[in-house]
Design a protein around this ligand. Structure first.
Ligand code: NAD
Length: 427
């Protein structure tokens, strides 16, 4: 299917069979509330002017302000940003966070920019979308190839425009600028809680569980290390340049250290690749996905498991750390093969959950310890994982459909509670 959003919407259609949402709620959830496309002029270091295309989509805000990350990637399109905003909407509802869903992005290869060019681009993006965002309107966060430093620039630029410190407009900020302890590892920490909750249900034990992780960035490298430290055997990891494999398990902390120490910094990005590490078998990303492992963790980009390769997947359980790594047609094939898929809107929700904690801390001016953050995160992830798992059992559906049913119930209540105040009526 050519449109990512059309494919994402399939999940809504499937879940609708199991819900009793009002016609109003169903109709409302089919469309993005608003989409903004902007051109961002940036003065490059050589004096030339370059214009970049940026987007911000607010999918739904019936449960609260829009919430979602900003992606920097050459392939960013409005279709992709809209899909990511759609997933954020259901993710925030599944975790019962008081937010709607939103997302942003810029079509750019950030590795080709100098640090100053990257800062000018990030500040320019905020100049372009400032009227569209705010701590009670739409709140930004990191995503692929954006990080705490970029979030700091964005919050600062918004504060300059508003002439007041406005910490709550962006989460995932540096700690020194109002960031929360634990936010950097939150996506992976949340995923670890989901995995730990589910493992005993499949009578699996960490020490006997093999894992492959696709993507070695914020989400992928952190979950690889957390699982390694918890005793799991992480046999393969990859990044955009390829994968490495060791049957007896990889030493993840030293691979992380290697990747960090070999970084040749252009702007803020690590150019060192996991493939540069000797003494391991090399694989392609496609081969990593098809390994015979107990757990597969896609933690890179969308559309990695499609109808083309779904039949070759041999993992027992898949936990989606990335957003949208499996297409809807691949879902059906995996289900037939008896492979359990734990969906993105649950598995990677730790990131937005701690973003919520950061936003709460910014509003209160009272900051939490790392233990407080992680304990509150654990409680929330366990509660919603158990709830979604029992819905899947009750309805005999996939865990993905159960997660959508769970989220849609909450979204439907909010949409219906607002009634028709915004809509023109015939009388
Ligand atoms: P990141 O920029 O930190 O890392 C991305 C990683 O993916 C890098 O290691 C990169 O080399 C690798 N990669 C890129 N293309 C690849 C390919 N074709 N094959 C294999 N690896 C490839 O990004 P991130 O923040 O870790 O985000 C990864 C995924 O997790 C995205 O889908 C993102 O939306 C999702 N996610 C991130 C967060 C967060 O808080 N950062 C929260 C929820 C979901």
């Amino acid at each position: 299917m050519s449109s990512l959003f059309a494919d994402a919407s399939q999940r809504l259609q499937q879940a609708l069979k199991y819900t009793t949402l009002s016609e109003d709620a169903i109709e409302s959830l089919k469309y993005a509330k608003s989409s903004l496309s902007v051109s961002i002029p940036v003065r490059m270091d050589d004096g030339s002017l370059k214009v970049f295309q940026g987007y911000r989509v607010r999918y739904d805000d019936s449960r609260g302000a829009g919430k979602g990350g900003v992606r920097y990637h050459p392939n960013v399109t409005l279709d992709e940003v809209q899909s990511l905003a759609f997933w954020m909407t259901f993710k925030c509802a599944a975790l019962n966070l008081p937010f709607g869903g939103a997302k942003g992005g810029i079509a750019v290869n950030p590795k080709a920019l100098s640090r100053l060019e990257l800062e000018r681009l990030s500040r320019g993006y905020i100049d372009a979308i400032a009227d569209f965002i705010g701590p009670d309107v739409d709140i930004l966060a990191p995503d692929v190839y954006t990080n705490a430093m970029v979030m700091g620039w964005m919050m600062d630029q918004y504060s300059i425009i508003r002439r007041q410190n406005t910490l709550g407009v962006v989460t995932g900020k540096p700690i020194a600028m109002g960031g929360s302890l634990g936010r950097d590892a939150a996506t992976a920490t949340g995923a670890l809680f989901v995995i730990k909750t589910m493992l005993p249900k499949f009578e699996m034990k960490p020490q006997e569980t093999t894992v492959a992780v696709q993507g070695f960035g914020n989400a992928g490298a952190t979950i690889a290390e957390l699982l390694y430290r918890a005793g799991y055997k992480v046999v393969a990891v990859s990044d955009s340049k390829g994968a490495i494999y060791s049957k007896s398990g990889l030493d993840i902390p030293s691979i992380r250290q290697h990747k960090n120490s070999t970084r040749e910094i252009q702007a803020v990005y690590c150019e060192g690749s996991v493939c540069n590490i000797a003494d391991h078998d090399r694989l392609s990303n496609e081969e990593l996905l098809e390994l015979e492992v107990d757990i597969l963790l896609p933690a890179a980009l969308e559309n990695q498991i499609t109808e083309v390769n779904a039949n070759n997947i041999k993992a027992k359980l898949i936990f989606e750390l990335a957003n949208g790594p499996i297409t809807s047609s691949a879902d059906a094939i995996l289900e037939k093969k008896g492979i359990y898929v734990f969906p993105d809107i649950l598995v990677n929700a730790g990131g937005v959950t701690v973003s919520y904690f950061e936003w709460v801390q910014n509003r209160n001016g009272l900051y939490w310890t790392l233990d407080e953050v992680n304990q509150t995160l654990q409680r929330k992830m366990l509660e919603e994982t158990e709830r979604i798992w029992s819905i899947a059992q009750e309805l005999s559906t996939s865990v993905r459909t159960a997660a959508y049913v769970h989220a849609m119930q909450r979204l439907g209540e909010a949409i219906d509670a607002k009634g028709t105040r915004n809509y023109y009526t015939s009388h």
